[in-house]
Ligand binder design. Structure first.
Ligand code: ZN
Ligand code: CU
Length: 485
């Protein structure tokens, strides 16, 4: 009866992830699971943490990441654990490190994850085995990237795939799903996939529903044709009979400011007939590879990395061009391959999308950029401290829900995202009075304030403002459909 727990978090205010009103409760952990939540005044434990005045929440789930390689090259994952993140979903926007092995520089945006030496996992099972063999601080689930599939089987990316190429992509996707990938992502916006017709995606997505997997997409267009792109996404979901997630939903370009009213209304109407989800990062600037086509849509462009001119990382493109005495378009050519931050959204749209009850909070952070977008280090504390507490967009427990049970349910990460007995002991303790992002566009790699302690599978990964060096993360393989039985 009085067996000691491994860990007892005493006196905190539990935000259990469901959106329920916070309540004062102790939390006990045995092994890698939550053993009890409630008044545990008489309990004993090997380790006791006083959380008086602090919020105790499920670890946050970052469903939109590009951490495929970071799990292997930066296993401490400080940019995530410092925010309270305990699980990441990799392989978003059509770009996954696997299944692909190539002998040349990967085309943009695949190069956001690393150079060719990182594309060395011809099967998803190989990548997953590498993560299993050298676990990271956080858990991870994998998507198979459509652009990665295309680069692997096509000699010319500027056209639709042939029937036999689709067949080979289906084989690779099937292998990935079999190995435990949770779904397929596309980045139809990007050059390696832009020429793919909708039917090509539907042909691949047909494998998802029988496996209980999902479809996520960086849509073809998030600007003037954003409504058409939503319709395309919904069509893929309908015809493949699969749950679809609109990645980093936004409307870009001054001419489109305010159109989140239309997009959210369409999403809301469509949700009545099919399963649609969405995620969003809390900033008015986007970030990806450097592309001259975006020049006239942005109020400002910052360079985040450049292989030829690494010294300009963190500077504005306009200033670089002026200094070089050339046009911004010529500067883009001189800098590429490179990455950038694009200021191209309207704050009221960001708030409207974030405030929509079905929106998941996710970072889209780019972990290998020399001067990354601050979303990499700031997303979750920014939503908690800025948008929930200071702006009042929603209550703190609702902010926590959008980072925990909502993403766990949408991405079918069983046993995660709720603080209740039997769930995995992924726990974040934060100070609701002080939590805030510290990462800025000028100083992006700055850890947030107010994230006190973070546990993954029962083990501390972040405490006293630093990583602990523990790597208790696991690869979360797709739950076979036995859940339905
Ligand atoms: Zn994207
Ligand atoms: Cu992304």
């Amino acid at each position: 009866m009085n067996q000691p727990y491994d860990l007892l978090v005493r006196g905190g205010t539990v935000h259990d992830g469901t959106g329920a009103a916070p309540r004062r409760a102790d939390v006990a952990v045995t092994g890698d699971r939550i053993a009890a939540v409630g008044d545990l005044a008489t309990a004993t434990a090997r380790s006791v943490v006083d959380a008086t005045g602090k919020a105790v929440a499920p670890g946050f789930i970052d469903v939109h990441t590009h951490d495929d390689r970071a799990l292997l090259s930066n296993p401490d994952m400080a940019m995530k654990t410092s925010q309270g993140v305990t699980t990441v979903v990799v392989g978003n926007c059509g770009v996954s490190l696997s299944p692909l092995s190539i002998d040349r520089r990967p085309p943009p945006p695949l190069d956001l994850l690393g150079d060719r030496e990182w594309y060395r996992f011809p099967r998803m099972a190989d990548y997953m085995a590498a993560v299993d063999a050298a676990p990271a601080a956080v858990n991870a689930a994998c998507l198979v990237g459509h652009s990665t599939l295309r680069v692997g089987v096509m000699d010319d990316l500027m056209r639709g795939a042939t029937a036999s190429e689709i067949g080979r992509m289906r084989e690779r996707l099937a292998e990935g799903l079999e190995a435990g990938a949770i779904g397929l992502s596309t980045g139809l916006f990007y050059r390696p996939a832009n020429a793919a017709p909708t039917e090509e995606v539907i042909a691949l997505a047909g494998l998802l529903a029988p496996a209980g997997a999902l479809y996520t997409t960086h849509m073809r267009d998030e600007a003037d044709d954003v409504m058409k792109s939503l319709e395309e996404t919904f069509r893929i979901g309908r015809e493949a009979g699969v749950r679809a997630i609109v990645s980093h939903h936004k409307v870009t370009g001054t001419a489109n400011f305010g159109r989140s009213r239309e997009t959210l209304a369409l999403i809301e109407r469509t949700r009545a007939g099919q399963d649609i989800g969405l995620d969003c990062y809390p900033y008015i600037a986007a970030s990806t590879v450097l592309d001259g086509n975006r020049l006239d849509r942005c109020s400002r462009i910052m360079v985040t990395w450049s292989t030829k001119h690494p010294e300009v990382s963190g500077r504005d493109l306009a200033d670089i061009a002026a200094e070089w005495g050339i046009s911004q378009l010529d500067a883009v050519d001189r800098l590429n391959p490179a990455g950038a931050i694009y200021f191209m959204m309207d704050e009221p749209d960001v708030r409207r999308i974030l405030g929509y009850p079905h929106t998941i909070v996710a970072s889209d952070g780019l972990p290998h950029d020399a001067h990354p977008h601050p979303r990499l280090w700031g997303t979750f504390p920014r939503v908690l401290g800025h948008y929930a507490r200071d702006v009042g967009l929603f209550p703190m427990e609702e902010a926590v829900r959008r980072m925990t049970s909502l993403p766990a349910e949408r991405f079918r990460l069983a046993g995660r995202g709720t603080l209740a007995p039997g769930f995995h002991a992924d726990i974040t303790i934060f100070d609701p009075a002080t939590v805030i992002d510290s990462a800025t566009f000028a100083a992006p790699a700055t850890p947030a304030r107010g994230i006190e302690r973070v546990y993954v599978n029962g083990r501390a990964v972040w405490q006293d403002g630093a990583v602990t060096g523990a790597h208790p993360g696991r690869l979360l393989r797709r739950q076979a459909l036995q859940a339905a039985a």
